[in-house]
Design a protein around this ligand. Structure first.
Ligand SMILES: NC(=O)c1ccc[n+]([C@@H]2O[C@H](COP(=O)([O-])OP(=O)(O)OC[C@H]3O[C@@H](n4cnc5c(N)ncnc54)[C@H](O)[C@@H]3O)[C@@H](O)[C@H]2O)c1
Length: 353
């Protein structure tokens, strides 16, 4: 296959580029290298024969130099922090929404299929947080007696793509992504384009240059390794997410490419699912064990704006459509991250210390 990955030097993009290249596909990457750490991947791209194009999805001119015989465009480019967006909201919209539109128009022009990386942030925090929860020693969880199933939500399975996206507090990042997500859905219908939208939950794995405002699963491990300070922000550190490890996300892309005729026009929620759900406190216990040091995060009482208290993904629709489900569990995923940190220690030291 001939594949272009936008934002392909970032965490998901670079892992996907490597994944497809190692399976013999031709891979081109375009990235503006705005994400710190992305530049580290370029050396390996050269070695693997992944062609890198320095460009910005906001500039339509930057697409001109790209090959035109592509079969798939995978859009992984974005300003990805849900908290950074408040400092410069226009940036999120030009980068994540207008940038997507440029990418989509480019794909339409050359007749390529399009996979878009959307997010669970398209769902409003007030709606997600409206389901009653109960507190355990390490996490919040939906209260099975009071949290009632409704369209797109089942307390046993989590949230599916059918959950309402309207009239809620999305965060600026979430807003930029729901606009992009809807543009993809509309383009699929209006122009009969083969487009798939994946609304990912939390992604993590080796190669994620996590920071306190984005990519917290890897950030927790990096901070534990280097002894950097950590903070629980809101909900006593018991807020819960489901973690999808990156190789499983790459396998999902591959499966969608293989069956594009079958899944064109679909929107999927894809995540680690209930089995891979994790609170910050539970992550602290895991990284303390892995790195052999007692990690003691500080506590800030006030939650972040538009943050979720409990979210995990209902993977049943994507499983039914593609037979895909995550394979990598929390322990294995964290072990892979730890191996990467130890292997890349000098480079990470230069970035983080
Ligand atoms: N990481 C997660 O937990 C998560 C969860 C849900 C959805 N997503 C989505 O998945 C995609 C990939 O996320 P990631 O974790 O790899 O993020 P990342 O920040 O590691 O990678 C994004 C890449 O896009 C590049 N980029 C940003 N703006 C650009 C622009 N204008 N032009 C060209 N390149 C640009 C960055 O330099 C970076 O390399 C994003 O669309 C994100 O919204 C991520």
């Amino acid at each position: 296959m001939k594949i272009l990955i936008l934002g392909g030097a970032g965490f998901l993009g670079a892992n996907s580029a490597r994944f497809f290249r190692e399976r013999g596909h031709r891979v081109d990457v375009m990235d503006n290298l705005v994400r710190r750490g992305a530049e580290i991947n370029l050396e390996e791209f050269k070695r693997l024969g992944i062609r890198f194009h320095h460009g910005d999805v906001r500039n339509r001119e930057d697409f001109v130099a790209l090959p035109r015989d592509l079969e798939f465009v995978v859009d992984c480019s974005a300003q990805t922090s849900a908290t950074d967006g408040y400092a410069n909201p226009t940036f999120d919209l030009t980068n994540n929404t207008v940038g997507l539109l440029n990418a989509l128009e480019h794909a339409r022009g050359i007749g390529a299929a399009f996979l878009f990386c959307s997010t669970n942030r398209v769902y409003g925090a007030d709606r997600v947080n409206a389901f009653p929860v109960r507190e355990t020693a390490t996490r919040w969880e939906w209260d099975p007696r009071r949290a009632r199933p409704c369209r797109g939500f089942d307390p046993l399975h989590g949230f599916s793509h059918e959950f309402d996206v309207d009239g809620a507090h999305h965060s600026i990042y979430g807003l930029s992504k729901i606009c992009a997500d809807l543009i993809c859905q509309e383009w699929a219908r209006a122009f009969a384009m083969p487009i798939v939208v994946n609304r990912f939950g939390l992604l993590s794995g080796p190669g994620q240059f996590g920071k306190c405002t984005q990519g917290w699963v890897a950030w927790w491990a990096i901070a534990a390794h280097f002894g950097l300070p950590l903070t629980y922000i809101g909900w006593k550190g018991k807020q819960v997410r489901d973690v999808l490890f990156v190789e499983d996300a790459c396998r999902l892309f591959e499966s969608e490419m293989r069956r594009i005729g079958q899944v064109a026009g679909r929107v999927f929620n894809a995540g680690g699912g209930r089995k891979n759900s994790l609170s910050l406190r539970e992550a602290t216990a895991i990284v303390s064990r892995i790195f052999g040091r007692k990690v003691r995060p500080a506590i800030e009482a006030r939650p972040r704006t538009a943050d979720f208290v409990v979210y995990h993904t209902d993977n049943r629709p994507v499983e039914k459509a593609l037979g895909w489900m995550p394979r990598i569990g929390l322990e294995e995923g964290y072990a892979l991250i730890a191996d990467w940190i130890r292997r890349e220690e000098p480079r990470l030291r230069a970035l983080y210390l």
